[in-house]
Design a protein around this ligand. Structure first.
Ligand code: ADP
Length: 297
């Protein structure tokens, strides 16, 4: 359950119930994020400098391990939409038991010079006031795209503000396009940990489908493996949607359980757009098409 603190414009989310187990098919990304989660869970035990106190200052100037390794200041999750990047950020907060801010780059898009930068300043000062540990910025390319001469100065100011503020707070950002990001964001000391969150492979899709299918009543003919094989390219969000579409169709048809036909129908709907019920091909036009195709070869 989420509890929001009402006094601030940016609402921290406290008590994220998402865990790494909920995010499926992205094992490599989870393994990379485990280190940060561990640190957040117990920063003092993990810092070799035990004089550290939770003031939100210079968090990452402390060595993470006694070997002198340092945690990244910022983590950039890169991958197509709907692959679980936001879920992963929620899971880090959930697993570590720390509150976090969920924002989107578009919240800092402003036509007036300086407004976006001011919002960024407000966000970090609110976070530091609450001793919050994680800020998640979705679609960071909204303002963190490559800077060029024609770029509006408000974007540049917002980006500069983020670069200035990124100290002592874990910033996790997400983007679909790494190449489009300004180089200053991905240089060492900034978002220096890049974690790829790819579209799920066949096993990932099977796991995701299985988890969403486990929440509905299924007919005996449902074969998750076949479904997973036939859904290449679909994201976790697409697969969750697929199961939902099938369940709604089955309910509309008055069925007692969701069958493979419902799931195949939902799959086709997602892969090929809305089903065209009106597109009935008559025997005559089918014959004409066959003759035409035959004549071509
Ligand atoms: P992104 O931030 O990458 O665009 P989200 O994390 O917002 O994607 O995912 C949107 C929804 O899709 C989630 O709430 C969840 O229902 C589903 N989803 C996406 N990826 C996964 C995944 N890897 N495992 C389970 N569910 C997923």
């Amino acid at each position: 359950m989420y509890v929001a603190l009402a006094s601030t414009k940016f609402q921290p989310i406290i008590g994220s119930s998402t865990t790494f187990k909920d995010v499926m098919g992205v094992d490599e990304a989870k393994a990379e994020l485990e280190e940060i989660t561990q640190y957040l869970r117990d920063p003092v035990a993990n810092a070799s400098d035990h004089s550290y106190s939770n003031t939100g200052k210079g968090l990452f100037s402390l060595p993470f391990t006694c070997l002198g390794g340092r945690l990244p200041k910022g983590v950039l999750l890169v991958g197509p939409p709907g692959t679980g990047k936001t879920m992963l950020a929620r899971a880090i907060a959930g697993e570590a038991g720390v509150p976090f801010f969920l924002t989107s780059g578009s919240e800092f898009e402003e036509m007036l010079v300086g407004v976006g930068a001011k919002r960024m300043r407000d966000l970090f000062s609110t976070a530091k006031k609450h001793s919050l540990w994680i800020i998640f910025i979705d679609e960071i390319d909204s303002f963190g795209g490559k800077r060029s001469h024609i770029d509006a100065s408000y974007t540049r100011m917002t980006l500069n503000q983020l670069l200035v503020e990124m100290d002592g707070i874990v910033v996790i950002a997400a983007t679909n396009f790494l190449e489009s990001l300004d180089k200053s964001l991905v240089r060492p000391g900034c978002f220096d940990r890049i974690v790829v969150v790819p579209s799920p492979d066949v096993e990932g899709r099977r796991q995701i489908l299985e988890s969403y299918l486990s929440k509905i009543l299924l007919a005996d003919d449902v074969d998750v493996t076949i479904l997973a094989r036939g859904t290449t390219g679909l994201s976790g969000a697409d697969l969750a949607n697929l199961v939902n579409i099938a369940a709604v169709k089955a309910a509309n048809d008055g069925a007692k359980a969701v069958s493979m036909v419902d799931l195949e129908h939902a799959k086709d709907k997602i892969l090929m757009g809305v089903e065209r019920k009106s597109s009935v091909i008559s025997a005559k036009s089918r014959r004409l098409a066959a003759l035409h195709e035959g004549a071509m070869h």
